[in-house]
Design a protein around this ligand. Structure first.
Ligand SMILES: [Fe+2]
Length: 206
């Protein structure tokens, strides 16, 4: 006996709601109504106390703000660098900017998974950063390098504080991120940048 399947009911389009007429136009939302405030915390089940998640989010956001500003400082110097070392510094600064951008993403996503709100706007980052603002114009190359090294040190100091805090709170995920991804990468970048202001000639003058 042949098996016959029931015919599927035809899918119907939902009728217009409350007399609305369907429209292809975008429906713009009202702006400025927050669903989560910056200094508040969502409860995500990762086995960490609210206090630990809150303190980690705050410390990570400071690191995030510094990393965002350092990313832009590298880009500024990538564009403005000049002179006989232009090519190598132009490339090095861009490489370091890319690496800072990776750090920005890692730290921001860590803040989100802790239940916090990551600093996402550069103007917000500028309010929180510990890195000094450079002049809007161009400095010479030794000043650019010195400024980058000072920026790294300000960032690294904050990272060390955050590492201690996350260790006390047993937030090992943040602790590992700060040590493996943020601290080590920044220390390495410091080395690569600092070697450019060591006054050693290539060939001894007789
Ligand atoms: Fe470029």
């Amino acid at each position: 006996m042949p098996v016959t399947s029931k015919p599927r009911p035809r899918e119907r389009r939902r009728p217009p709601h409350n007399g609305d007429v369907l429209s292809p136009e975008p429906k713009y939302a009202k702006l400025g109504e927050e669903v989560q405030r910056f200094d508040s915390l969502r409860a995500l089940p990762i086995g960490l106390s609210e206090q630990a998640r809150s303190q980690s989010s705050e410390a990570l956001n400071r690191v995030l703000a510094d990393s965002t500003v350092l990313y832009h400082l590298y880009k500024k110097h990538h564009w403005l660098v000049a002179g006989p070392t232009f090519y190598q510094l132009h490339l090095l600064f861009d490489k370091h900017a890319d690496e800072q951008l990776e750090i920005v993403d890692l730290v921001a996503e860590r803040v989100q998974l802790l239940g916090g709100i990551a600093v996402g706007d550069p103007r917000h980052a500028a309010e929180l950063t510990s890195i000094e603002r450079p002049p809007d114009g161009a400095e010479d190359v030794p000043a650019m390098i010195t400024r980058l090294l000072k920026a790294h040190e300000a960032l690294i100091r904050g990272v060390r504080v955050a590492i201690e805090l996350t260790e006390q709170n047993k937030d090992w995920g943040s602790n590992d991120l700060l040590m493996s991804d943020v601290l080590r990468r920044n220390e390495l970048q410091v080395w690569f940048v600092a070697e450019h202001i060591v006054d050693i000639p290539l060939v001894d003058e007789e």
